[in-house]
Ligand binder design. Sequence first.
Ligand code: OGA
Ligand code: NI
Length: 350
Amino acid sequence: MAEEPLSAAKLELASKTVQQLIIDGKLPERYFYKGSDKGTLDASFPLLDLLIVDVSLLDTSRDELQKLKSALSSCGCFLAINHGMKAEYLDKVRGITKKFFAFPKEVKQKYTREVHSIEGYGNDMVLSEHRTLDWLDRLYLTLSPKDKRKLEYWPEFPQDFRETLEYYTKKVEGLIEILLKAMARSLELEDNSFLIQYGDEAIMTSRFNLYPPCPKPDRVIGCKPHADGSAITILLQDKEVEGLQFLKDDQWFTAPIVPEALLVNIGDQIEIMSNGIFKSPMHRVVTNPTRERISVAVFGIPQPEQEIKPVAGLFDETRPKLYKKVTNYVDIYFKYYYQLGRRPIEAVII
Ligand code: OGA
Ligand code: NI
């Protein structure tokens, strides 16, 4: 009798964390990447020439604002320095991330996500039989609004995990507000033009990523190419191990590491609000044969019922509106990205 194909739910139940696969010495077929990305996966890629933006100057310096605008309208990302968090503090955030993933599975099990639910600890979600899985384990937590937190998934080990994350949440929230205002000013708009759509009850989520060393870095991808569905993403990169790459002029470039900097990229929702002036960049993560890599991404996401649309002043007869207004973009995002494997923003192009 022919074997029935396993449903995605059953595959989910049967699947393991990447850390566990390594212990078991297994590399399931589902991890072999079938994408037709430019170039191979493990070759060395040129470094991306990222602009460095001094956040403390954005209020007073036209040059710094110009730099911000130029970065976001070319590659959609930049390195932020003087962002209000000390280098030692960023190390602490990296530290709690590494320590959490380093605990034995019995300790982490308590925080394991439910099948087909994103919140909590686990491997890449298996949503379709056909999609290549990412070579990473992650801990996904909602940070704000506070009443949306699911504290049962917030690690109690290492002991300073929760308080460190609490403080990080507050600081990143402040940083996002400063950046959204500066982004509007850089386009000669009122300070609040993006913030009004972003909302004062925006959702912030965090994704702690662990990319374990991979035995087949030329065949397996850490994180498949995607643009973020957020409005804005603040990424704390590993201090030593590169892996993140951005697509620019149809070529992959490796994001450089600057330990005291945060990597900021805009997501699709700011691309929509800016009527395409700011670009939500395609990016991916490649794996490393010998070294593990961590990263912490914080996504700033407007509430689902919030209408997202091009800001007045950024379209006219000569520059038509490029995007339809949209609510609940994250839903569209997951449908397109996970189920169809396409760029979600295509769904709202006029
Ligand atoms: C993401 C992402 C990059 C990284 O989580 O959306 O792109 O370096 N992460 O882990
Ligand atoms: Ni991303």
